[in-house]
Design a protein around this ligand. Structure first.
Ligand SMILES: NC(=O)c1ccc[n+]([C@@H]2O[C@H](COP(=O)([O-])OP(=O)(O)OC[C@H]3O[C@@H](n4cnc5c(N)ncnc54)[C@H](O)[C@@H]3O)[C@@H](O)[C@H]2O)c1
Ligand SMILES: [Zn+2]
Ligand SMILES: [Zn+2]
Length: 400
């Protein structure tokens, strides 16, 4: 089959690789119909996340058709259309029972857990196409993918003509934006500020408004992404035009937002002195993450406020404003998304017409053009808000 493989920093290639096989009775093989490039994939592309090996197949946002299952009584049936959560979860461990699927203790094979146990105290759960730290499972930017624990994760999509574009993002960014807002414990009258108007930030804006936030203020520097936030109902701040903390204070009567969401993560943009220093430290292996946006979030949140961090961080933070966090009495919630927990209610909201996700998609590309999709999603963020890849879309069919 054809699949997008990681070959090193800023080097991804579509290659012919062996087809996936069933390894366990609970597995299923899915024929991919749509798969997307995520901001999290950029952390791999930029080689911020360790544990990648040449030839690893990327992709953790995907959906498709079940073509094979591990046994005849499998919960999934051949021919069903499914969206697959990016987190791989067993469904029965202590954490899965609590619906903390992104903390599953069984999905990451023991031989891969040492590094994350050393870094985080306990091993991480597994995810598709996201380095050997999270299991080394092949991802879904491919024609086919093997889905482990397929009797737990995949959500069957009712056969009523719903286009892939309407449901694909249930695999990650829609539940991620939703959990980001949920983690703010929004109260009536709340002002919520969201850093980052990428897919996660935009869905966090949409979710916060649906959860009853009185006002949502979105921060970024790409005009098109800010315009999408505005279209959803947010007020906007361009961080290249104004000082963010000061602007937020002014917009909230000097108090600051009640809740703030960091939908930026470890690769903050901006030419502030602290971010420039972070660049140097990361380049010289003295730091792992550029946490400029998170510093700003902590300083901008009102006293006694709430912080939610869906943005991915991987290592040890430099110049972390612990004093502001403690002295202002802030609360923080974070985490990889417990996708399986949120998928059914979000699918229902899509079916009821309460949530539309299609506004986000700027480009549909053939899987063969995935390398170009990565490059542009990174370098032309203003125009490339979300890239959906489709095997055999047709634009490059001569290559197959
Ligand atoms: N928690 C999870 O389970 C989960 C799931 C998916 C993605 N993520 C993470 O969420 C983050 C966002 O994902 P995405 O797909 O939207 O990525 P993205 O790269 O498309 O978007 C990030 C946005 O942040 C903006 N930004 C950069 N620096 C900023 C700053 N200083 N202030 C304000 N905005 C700034 C960028 O201009 C960009 O528009 C990433 O770190 C990604 O890894 C987490
Ligand atoms: Zn993702
Ligand atoms: Zn589990």
């Amino acid at each position: 089959m054809r699949a997008l493989t990681w070959q090193g920093k800023h080097d991804v290639r579509v290659e012919t690789v062996p087809d996936p096989q069933i390894l366990n009775p609970r597995d299923a093989i899915i024929r991919i119909t749509s798969t997307a490039i995520c901001g999290s994939d950029l952390h791999l592309y930029d080689h911020y996340i360790p544990g990648m090996r040449d030839g690893d197949i990327l992709g953790h946002e995907f959906m498709g058709e079940v073509v094979e299952t591990g046994h005849s009584d499998h919960k999934l049936k051949v021919g069903q259309r499914v969206v697959v959560p990016f987190v791989i979860s067993c469904g029965s461990c202590f954490f899965c029972q609590k619906q903390q699927f992104a903390a599953c203790d069984n999905s990451n094979p023991a031989e891969n857990t040492d590094a994350s146990e050393l870094a985080y105290g306990y091993p991480m759960a597994a995810a598709f196409g996201y380095s050997h730290l999270t299991g080394g499972y092949s991802g879904g930017q491919a024609e086919y993918v093997r889905v482990p624990y397929a009797d737990v994760g995949p959500l069957v999509i009712p056969d009523d003509g719903l286009d892939d574009d309407k449901v694909l993002f249930l695999s990650d960014i829609l539940p991620t934006g939703w959990m980001a807002a949920d983690n703010c414990d929004i109260e009536p009258g709340d002002v919520v500020a969201v850093w980052g108007c990428g897919p996660v930030g935009l869905f966090a804006v949409q979710s916060a408004l649906l959860m009853g936030a009185h006002r949502v203020i979105a921060i970024d520097h790409h005009p098109r992404r800010l315009a999408l936030a505005k279209q959803l109902g947010a007020e906007i701040i361009d961080f290249e035009q104004v000082k963010v903390r000061e602007a937020l204070a002014e917009m909230t009567g000097g108090i600051g937002p009640d809740a703030c969401i960091d939908a930026v993560g470890m690769e903050s943009h901006g030419l502030s002195p602290d971010n420039l220093m972070d660049h140097v430290k990361v380049k010289t292996f003295m730091a792992t993450d550029r946490i400029h946006a998170l510093r700003q979030v902590i300083l901008a949140t009102r006293k006694g406020g709430r912080i939610s961090i869906p943005g991915v961080y991987g290592g040890i933070a430099d110049k972390f404003p612990i004093g502001a966090l403690m002295e202002k009495g802030l609360q923080i919630k974070s985490g990889q998304t417990h996708v399986q927990k949120y998928m059914p209610e979000l699918l229902q909201m899509i079916l009821d017409g309460k949530i539309d996700t299609t506004f986000l998609i700027s480009h549909h590309l053939d899987l063969e053009d995935a390398a170009e999709g990565y490059k542009n999603f990174k370098e032309k963020q203003n125009e490339y808000t979300k890239v959906v890849l489709k095997p055999r879309l047709g634009t490059r069919s001569a290559l197959h």
